[in-house]
Design a binder for this molecule. Structure first.
Ligand code: ZN
Length: 292
């Protein structure tokens, strides 16, 4: 039984991400094309998005331009390629509060959002720091943090404390504290519905930028190498990598990394009329392919 269809949807990309950002220590190895994306998970009655992109206006536009983002499309255009509208999304998991994962919240007017309590409180603390700490804000839009607090007051934001099993059936949230950010979380899809799943995927947020973070370039003798852009502990990033790899029985291809260009060659994929790509990770019975 395959409970959910899963797609990775590209909504923009940059052609100039420094390798040293993607993989710690690759300081003199040039730059790479890096997609920006989110993961769409669709069951018979429920539509879930893991992360939601950003809004290419105001400070979101400034941060996108700094990243070299190109061909940005809003969720309405990206989801239209899947026959969906933003209003159809029931649940949005925010893995962490960086602008390119969280800044699109306003587009999803019917969704309930899930963010770690430690993530929100730490960013409220961080936006209060003196200007000399601005590096910590290099990928965070203060307006997104404030909007998350507004959603909390509207009872549309679930502030998760630690791990949360079955927030919808078969989907779990796991906290990776003090790693990429203070309260990064990843989302596990147990696609056979079993607790000891043999068909699990992990939506990794930015705990992994590229699969090289999981194998160090030698999948046959894997060595974890952290991402090059962490607000927290590199050691905790490696421990989170190990925890995620245990969930997928060490099959790194099941770690869904939205910034990994290779996702579109590891899985069947297509380029839509926007010039952006869709990777088809899993299809439930009766769901027709988006890439055939
Ligand atoms: Zn990030």
């Amino acid at each position: 039984m395959t409970a959910y269809s899963i797609w990775l949807l590209e909504y923009a990309y940059t052609e100039s991400c420094p390798m040293g950002t993607l993989v710690y220590g690759k300081h003199n190895e040039g730059s790479a094309k890096v997609p920006f994306g989110y993961v769409l998970i669709k069951g018979p009655d429920t539509t879930i998005l893991v992360d939601c992109g950003y809004d290419n206006r105001a400070h979101g536009e400034v941060l996108g331009r700094k990243s070299g983002a190109r061909r940005w499309y809003p969720p309405r255009a990206v989801l239209a390629e899947c026959g969906l509208k933003p209003e159809h999304v029931d649940h949005v998991v925010i893995t962490h509060a960086h602008y390119d994962h969280m800044g699109g919240m306003r587009f999803f007017t019917n969704a309930t959002f899930y963010l770690q309590e430690a993530e929100l409180s730490e960013w409220i603390s961080t936006i209060s720091l003196p200007r000399s700490f601005d590096w910590l804000m290099s990928a965070t839009d203060p307006a997104d943090v404030m909007y998350a607090a507004e959603l909390a007051a509207e009872k549309r934001l679930v502030l998760v404390r630690g791990d949360l099993e079955d927030f919808v059936p078969g989907l779990d949230l796991r906290l990776a504290a003090d790693s990429h950010t203070a309260g990064s979380q990843y989302c596990v899809v147990r696609n056979d519905g079993l607790h000891n799943s043999k068909d699990a995927y992990v939506c990794a947020g930015d705990l992994v930028y590229v699969h090289e973070n999981l194998h160090g370039g030698t999948p046959e003798d894997p060595k974890y190498i952290p991402i090059g852009y962490a607000m927290g502990s590199q050691r905790n990033l490696l421990l989170a990598s190990e925890a995620m790899m245990q969930i997928v029985a060490k099959d790194y291809k099941r770690i869904l990394a939205v910034h990994e260009e290779k996702m579109f060659s590891l899985y069947p994929s297509t380029t839509t009329k926007t010039g952006l790509r869709i990777a088809e990770i899993a299809l439930r019975n009766g769901q027709s392919s988006l890439v055939a």
